[in-house]
Design a binder for this molecule. Structure first.
Ligand SMILES: [Zn+2]
Length: 246
């Protein structure tokens, strides 16, 4: 059968938001702290200036964020590398205790490119163990460090009970992601993100104010949006690995 696309449809076939909702906004924060730079450049562990630069979020920025979110009465999603939870347990517990969702973001913020599946899985488990030990949380969501996923990552996530991934960039709407092309393969909900929506330094409170003024905009955590999408009868999207031409 030849595949066809109906480009007139404003949303993918079968997709809909909850009644009365026409879009969703999900405020997400990655608690990277020192982990990305320690993974890429371990020698920086001895460099106080660099470490202080990386510590700003955990030591100072997150508390400010929590105050803004509290003022605006918004629950957000924080993607936390296991190493960040171990190094900054108090502020990570404060995130949890403020009612925000905690999701997985690697152990030492390891980019997946070049890693064999066994290594990817080992890092995933190490991150899970840290979030459990420090926060007593078993996350249902994942965002790949550096937004890096391999074609094997979704199956590894499904195997360990994850409900959603938020790191692919090929859609405007959430979709159901097939973990392989095999019929009946396990699925995840994909909540796509994009670099262009990733702000290091954003005028957050003004942005939230604007979002809250929009009629029919659902401000929710990633897990809440994923739970809604999982109830829809959507055809899973199969990602086929490109075959390089000779
Ligand atoms: Zn990150």
């Amino acid at each position: 059968m030849t595949e066809t696309v109906d480009w007139r449809l404003p949303t993918p076939p079968g997709f809909r938001w909850p009644d009365g909702i026409r879009a969703a906004a999900c405020f997400t924060f990655d608690v990277d702290a020192e982990s990305p730079i320690l993974f890429e450049y371990p020698e920086t562990a001895a460099w106080l200036g660099v470490m202080s630069h990386q510590a700003y979020g955990a030591r100072t920025g997150i508390a400010r964020l929590l105050r803004v979110l509290d003022r605006r009465r918004i629950r957000a999603t924080f993607f936390i590398p296991g190493y960040s939870a171990e190094r900054w347990p108090a502020i990570c517990r404060a995130i949890r205790d403020a009612g925000h969702e905690i999701a997985h973001h690697g152990y030492l913020h390891e980019g997946a490119h070049g890693a064999i599946p066994a290594v990817e899985e080992e890092r995933l488990l190490r991150g899970l163990a840290s979030l459990d030990e420090v926060l007593g949380v078993h996350p249902t969501g994942y965002r790949g460090p550096n937004w890096e996923l391999t074609f094997e990552t979704p199956a590894i996530l499904a195997r360990h009970g994850f409900v959603y991934d938020s790191g692919l960039m090929d859609a405007d709407h959430p979709y159901v992601l097939a973990t392989s092309a095999e019929p009946g393969a396990a699925t995840l909900v994909e909540l796509p993100g994009h670099w262009s929506l990733d702000d290091w330094d954003v005028a957050l409170e003004r942005l939230i104010e604007r979002a809250q003024a929009i009629d029919g905009l659902w401000i929710a955590t990633a897990a809440e949006i994923a739970a809604h999408v999982a109830t829809l009868d959507l055809e899973p999207v199969v990602h086929r690995r490109p075959i390089l031409p000779d």
